[in-house]
Design a protein around this ligand. Sequence first.
Ligand code: BDP
Length: 600
Amino acid sequence: MLYPKLNEARALIDLSGIWNFKLDDGSGFGDHWERAQLTDPMTIAVPGSYNDQKEGIDFRDHYGWVFYQRTIEVPQMLLEQRVLLRFGAVTHFAKVYLNGEVVCEHKGGFLPFEEEIKQFLRPGKNLLTVAVDNTVNMSTLPVGSESGGNMVGGGLLPEIPGVKARKQNAPNFDFFNYAGITRPVKIYTTPESYIADVSLVPSVEGSAARVAYEVAVVGAGEVTLTVRNENGEVVATASGAKGEFMIDNVHLWQPMKAYLYSAEVAFGTDRYEQSFGVRSIEVRGTQFLINGAPFYFKGFGKHEDSYFHGRGLDEVLNVKDLALLCWLGANSFRTSHYPYSEEMMDLCDREGIVVIDETPAVGVHANFGAMATGTPRDTFKVLNVREHHEEVIRDMIARDKNHPCVVMWSLANESDTTTFPDSSVEYYGALYDLAKACDPAKRPTTIVGVQNEYRKDKTLPMMDVICLNRYYGWYIYGGDLEAAKQALQMEMDYWQSIGKPVMLTEYGADTVSGLHLATPTMFCEEYQVDFYKMVHDVVDGCPFFVGEQLWNFADFATIQGTMRVDGNKKGIFTRDRRPKMAAHYLRERWLSIPDFGYKA
Ligand code: BDP
């Protein structure tokens, strides 16, 4: 799906701002709130998660539907074109109404959707209502326990009969279930005959690039492409909806040294400009090659998470986070645990940040966290997520396929690859094939593995890169870094025998900023540094080890509970982006580790 852009053929209207808002008290749909102005509405900022914009635990932890509303007017002169209403992301389920009529519905909180709206529009003011459901359950991604599970609030003890507890979401994942219209809402137009999609797949041939392209169009007409370099000079042209062109003396997109070309596509009166970068990706033996050289991932698992905005788009924060990443000497991150905003992906293209792009499939594990029952269950029978999982893979790749920053797809985070290896093998085998089929560039594909009895894990070895979340020294052998080191070394010895590139996609220790101890124990800043030094001692000795992505870039919000004090504190930065001691240690380490050839 193309990102909406303003140009000579297309108009673009941004609906960011203050909307009317109301929590559904159960009467929203019955009383048809979508048909008239909301009574006694609150104000709410869009885009943004709603949860932290007002006070009160019932507001923050609201369960179920909320209603957003505003009026829109579309200039008459635009009505000669197609008019689309587009949402960057609405978490997790949206019903969109114009003047009381259903425009569309969308499931999934982290990918865009759009609909033509001309047939719903009236002259003058139009009432736009978006009903949003934040429920997570056994058919959503991320996964939640059916509501009110007794693990809510970290309840380790059984519930007491007769006590009426607040109805809440029970996320099977460790980040706050922020919800609402979290990314921009836009109206844009296109000519009646229009460019529906553009795909560009470059491959490097010596000093040149061959770029295979395909332009999906609706209507009749000629497609032409004019390709320009960063100086605006034309470096190639092409015509026809499908074909290829060459770029001589190509300037490669390199990690931390981005270079972008732009393809100006013309079709009838429609225009669309798609940027792309030329770089190659290859997994060869135990190496991860970018532009033919062995790349070493230095970076993080992150979250879209900040004060007040929740998971709402915050471009200042995005710019700042990448600046901090560069300051540390890092070069990459994973979009844990859902596809990030399109704006962030564009920024990474421009800054040369290498991205592992992850679906929202987190918590696909019926024997872990909020869903654990004691009796092992077959995750892939208990949960009803397969179709939606396929859908998010298709939509994520359709959205992100042209980004040079994306070097690998992650199908899921910490799914059940332990208890029922056979059903997991079938499930992820099929999803792996689906990702390859969807991606015209056939990027490497992985699944991020949970700490498990790794020798029994049949799923991870099927992937192109072995990605491991490991907590030796925290959830296992917490406080005993010597034992942790032995265990990690043992595991690395095992993975060496598999003969694929291995990287850590999570490892970390909760750390309270400002807590210092001469004898380091868990939660103090010295322990976090010692923890990382221990892991690095092991992995530096592994020639097949291609990268370290720590958990987490910054402290982040989670559900309240006995496991978390004001959120997850494994950040290298605090939630307001102040460095902990470990940041200075990492900076020293990473500035001395080259992006390429570290293990050569
Ligand atoms: C891993 C999860 C991540 C958690 C992390 C932790 O992938 O989402 O936040 O552990 O416990 O299991 O900090």
